[in-house]
Design a binder for this molecule. Structure first.
Ligand code: URA
Ligand code: SF4
Length: 209
């Protein structure tokens, strides 16, 4: 039987704490079967910026928190360099369970498919409804396609501000892509450059506060 998606698990009108609690029991797709736990978004419910990645990785799956592994450490460094305070962001992922393939003792990240992305989207929609951000920052193609549609091209439009109905959107690469890049120094510099544009946008919406 095909899993029906997360919608039936999402309490309507719930705040972030209630959503997080409910998401622990989500069986909206098959990913919960092999993952350790749901990794829900984190950060102040009053955040004016939501930053969204793809799915939790190996470390996140074990820890239960988003962006705590190698990609998270790179993100932390880049955020600090760009002058963005991680503690003021609501940080989440499009898909809330780790998808992987076992290779010996290692668990290798597998990109989530259309089925899982669609199945999990009610959680992200509910996070957006609860946080009501002014700016959404997409890290990587999965996040950018979820927010800006499937034709969005990161390479062509990274770092640019897009105006959606309820919030602005800036997309950049995923920190894992920086870690995998052949020229990591250049990829990191480009990533920080995009995040500086995010920082300028944040300053704009906070009225330089
Ligand atoms: N990659 C993501 O997209 N999210 C995480 O939380 C960790 C790695
Ligand atoms: Fe539910 Fe999303 Fe986990 Fe699938 S990945 S079980 S939809 S929380």
């Amino acid at each position: 039987m095909r899993a029906p998606g997360a919608a039936e698990y999402v309490p309507t009108g719930a705040d972030i704490a209630d959503l997080r609690a409910a998401a622990r029991a989500c069986h909206g797709c098959d990913l919960y079967r092999h993952a350790t736990q749901t990794v829900f978004g984190e950060g102040p419910a009053s955040a004016d910026v939501v930053m969204v990645g793809e799915q939790p990785g190996d470390h996140e799956d074990i820890d239960g928190h988003p962006f705590v592994g190698p990609a998270g450490r790179l993100l932390d460094r880049a955020l600090a360099e760009a002058g963005i305070d991680r503690d003021r962001l609501y940080l989440t992922n499009v898909v809330k369970h780790f998808k992987f393939e076992e290779r010996g003792k290692r668990r290798i990240h597998k990109q989530p498919g259309r089925t899982e992305i669609v199945a999990c989207s009610p959680w992200f929609d509910a996070e957006i409804d609860a946080v009501r951000p002014q700016l959404v920052v997409c890290l990587g193609a999965v996040a950018a396609h979820a927010v800006l549609g499937p034709t969005f091209k990161i390479t062509a439009e990274r770092g640019e501000t897009h105006t959606a109905e309820r919030f602005s959107v800036i997309a950049t690469v995923h920190p894992s892509a920086v870690l995998r890049a052949p020229d990591r120094t250049a990829a990191y510099a480009d990533f920080v450059r995009d995040l500086r544009r995010v920082e300028a946008a944040i300053r704009g919406l906070r009225g330089n506060a």
